[in-house]
Design a protein. Structure first.
Length: 230
């Protein structure tokens, strides 16, 4: 059996594409990918914060149990840019869905998990919704504190308020964590070289996903209470 990372290991800088697999399956590769992608796309559209593990890719015949990857092989595959599956009750279940992005020397690549890329896409889209509209596109731009009677005038502080409102919404959607910290980082200013340019900056923390759950179980024994002497 070829190495699980054989197709993806050479594409270390590819943060766009994913290699979706079904070890040992006799299905055509494009069919294997399409059946999994259909599940991924649906969830990414309906709940972009939700990862894809354990989604059932029905309609694909899995390979025999003896050729399924071990945990060590799946871990190797992920680190070399290859997505993984697990076969449960004869049905292919999606596991870690990753891009091929795995730069040498980076143990935790920012663009590894597809769900994180989808979250970033949603954040960018939401910020674009603010500024690529008639409310901002081409409006007069003034420094904070300048008096004006022009309803269409905009200031850096107005940009900060608009971005922070959107960050609250992204927090409610569980796309980002700790929106309060993100809002505290938001700033905007008129460019020092171009009076027609507004610079805006904010730093967000993507939400995590419960892909791994670790439980420590502590136990003891119950001993009856000592008899009281009357």
């Amino acid at each position: 059996m070829p190495s699980p990372d054989a197709e993806s290991d050479d594409r270390k800088d590819d943060r766009i594409n994913s290699f979706l697999v079904a070890p040992g399956s006799g299905e055509m590769p494009f069919r294997v990918a399409a059946r999994q992608l259909a599940r991924i796309a649906s969830r990414a559209n309906n709940d972009p914060a939700y990862d894809y593990g354990a989604m059932r890719a029905t309609g694909i015949l899995p390979g025999a149990d003896g050729v399924q990857w071990t945990y060590a092989q799946r871990d190797e595959a992920i680190k070399k840019g290859c997505s993984t599956i697990e076969v449960k009750d004869g049905v292919i279940n999606l596991s870690d869905i990753v891009t091929m992005y795995h730069p040498t020397g980076d143990p935790l690549p920012a663009y590894r998990h597809v769900v994180d890329v989808v979250k970033l896409q949603n954040i960018i889209f939401n910020l674009e919704l603010i500024f690529a509209t008639d409310d901002w596109n081409g409006n007069p731009l003034l420094p904070d504190g300048d008096p004006t009677v022009n309803f269409n005038a905009r200031t850096p502080s107005m940009a900060v308020a608009a971005v922070n409102t959107r960050l609250d919404a992204l927090g409610l959607a569980a796309i980002i964590s700790d929106p309060g910290t993100a809002k505290a980082s938001t700033k905007a200013w008129i460019d020092s070289q171009n009076p027609k340019r507004l610079n805006v900056e904010t730093t967000v923390q993507l939400s995590g996903n419960t892909n791994i759950v670790s439980v420590n179980l502590n136990f003891g024994f119950y001993f009856g209470a000592a008899q009281l002497v009357a």
